[in-house]
Design a binder for this molecule. Structure first.
Ligand code: FAD
Length: 426
């Protein structure tokens, strides 16, 4: 066992940890990045084969780096993004110590922090947690004890990898809808348990949804400006897919498209009951609520077009057609339908068993404001809506990384311009 002493330890070499490392390097701040796998580990081992980013390539900006490839409006595949991260780390010789899992983080006697890995101990004055916004996949009640083959979305690879037969997919945000679509195209019978989700057309008035989110200031909105921070942090991911090729049914992947493809849409999964899956009778209300949220955002876009005088520069407003879901069963016998597999895309729960410092809230999430925790010297980056709406996106990490590094190296918390509080709409 070796003991190392260093000024700063960053835990995690995803894009957020690397953004911090790039800025620490720029400030000449001594540090290491401890990573249980390699650079971009989750993009290498926890994404399905066909996944493309939801965010267009122009939204792939990190400190000192931005996308310069041939198609800024396209969507990088997971492996292309992984290679970008590897090149980014190499560009400033990021001091990544790979194959090193942090097993505990606690206060040491000399006012520093002690981090135990499998073999070594690291002592540091500052620690930045960059272990990602996702903890452990949420497993709905009953599934953990069933004899079904349960595959969380971060373990799903492709349709061929699953046991034969039908599949129950739980969750209808970006991951659940993409996986349900892929399985249905592969000829599987698919039942989709639809929970809370945010419907969004890929393009509106000719421009990408993310272009509008940025243009209308939605991505820069800070947590100080929203009416209810807890609600804002629980917002579901947008029901989008990043497809580079024109698609025969258009590029939207919504419940209407899945219904056309033969996916059986049900309400929220309630549990398993004697070989059957039971669902809430809430599909119509969930769909209506997702549509309302989408239209509120599209209203914001239309107002922006008028106010900014863009009417002649973008296409006329054509809203996505209303989808009225067909009557949904509340009980589906699994075996008689040939369903032996469940793919879970129902979100994640915080999971920091190795953090032995009073920085977690009752749910186990890191309590922070602008990346500073209750324990001076301990910081976090990459959390959902950490400070800005885009904090959990690749493109947003640079802002939080700058705040954290400014405070860590100079004790300064950069100003964030307060704007009017607004209701959340997409
Ligand atoms: C399916 C999916 C698609 C997404 N698509 C997009 C998209 O299109 N655009 C977008 O902007 N965002 C997207 N996101 C959201 C977000 O950008 C990713 O979740 C991103 O991986 C988060 O980056 P991160 O650096 O914060 O964390 P991660 O990428 O999760 O990196 C954390 C790192 O910490 C390491 N680690 C964890 N625990 C320890 C430990 N104890 N010791 C040492 N190392 C540890 C992990 O191995 C990992 O490498 C997507 C997320 C998912 C799940």
């Amino acid at each position: 066992m070796t003991t190392h002493t260093v000024d700063t330890v960053v835990i995690g070499a995803g894009h957020a940890g690397l953004a911090v490392s790039r800025l620490l390097t720029q400030h000449g701040q001594e540090h290491v990045v401890l990573e249980r796998g390699g650079v971009g580990e989750r993009w290498r081992t926890e994404r399905w084969d066909s996944l493309h980013l939801l965010t267009p390539s122009w939204m792939t900006r990190l400190p000192g780096w931005y996308y310069t490839g041939p198609d800024p409006d396209g969507y990088l595949s997971a492996s292309q993004f992984l290679r970008s991260l590897q090149r980014y780390a190499a560009s400033f010789a990021a001091p990544v110590v790979g194959g090193t899992s942090v097993r505990s983080l606690r206060a040491a006697r000399d006012g520093r922090f002690a981090l135990h890995t499998d073999g070594d101990t690291w002592h540091a004055r500052h620690v930045v947690l960059a272990t990602g916004p996702h903890g452990t996949p949420h497993v709905p009640a009953g599934l953990a004890r069933s004899d079904l083959h349960v595959v969380p979305s971060n373990r799903y690879r492709n349709a061929e990898d699953l046991p034969s037969g039908g599949v129950l997919v739980v969750g209808a945000s970006a991951s659940g809808t993409q996986i349900a679509d892929e399985l249905a195209r592969a000829g599987r019978d698919v039942v989709l348990a639809v929970g809370r989700h945010t419907r969004m057309p890929r393009r509106y008035r000719g421009m990408d949804a993310f272009w509008w989110l940025e243009r209308t200031g939605r991505l820069a909105r800070t947590i100080d400006e929203v009416a209810d921070p807890d609600v804002a942090r629980r917002e579901t991911s947008l029901q989008l897919v990043g497809r580079n090729q024109p698609h025969p049914h258009g590029s939207d992947l919504d419940l209407a498209a899945l219904h056309r493809r033969g996916v059986l849409l049900c309400g929220r999964l309630q549990g398993l009951d004697g070989g059957a899956a039971t669902f809430a009778a809430d599909l119509p209300t969930t769909v209506a609520s997702a549509d309302r949220t989408m239209h509120r955002f599209l209203d914001v876009v239309d107002r922006h077009v008028e106010e900014a005088g863009l009417t002649r520069e973008v296409l006329p407003a054509r809203r996505p057609t209303r989808f009225t879901p067909p009557p949904a069963p509340t009980r589906v016998p699994l075996e008689s339908q040939g369903i032996r597999t469940v793919v879970l895309a129902a979100g994640y729960r915080p999971d920091h068993p190795w953090v032995q410092l009073p920085i977690l809230d009752r749910s186990g999430a890191v309590e922070q404001y602008r990346g500073l925790t209750r324990v001076p010297g301990i910081y976090v980056v990459g959390q959902r809506f950490q400070h800005r709406r885009d904090s959990g996106f690749i493109d947003g990490a640079r802002h939080d990384a700058r705040t954290v590094v400014a405070h860590l190296s100079r004790g300064v918390l950069p100003e964030s311009a307060p704007r009017a509080r607004e209701e959340s709409a997409a």
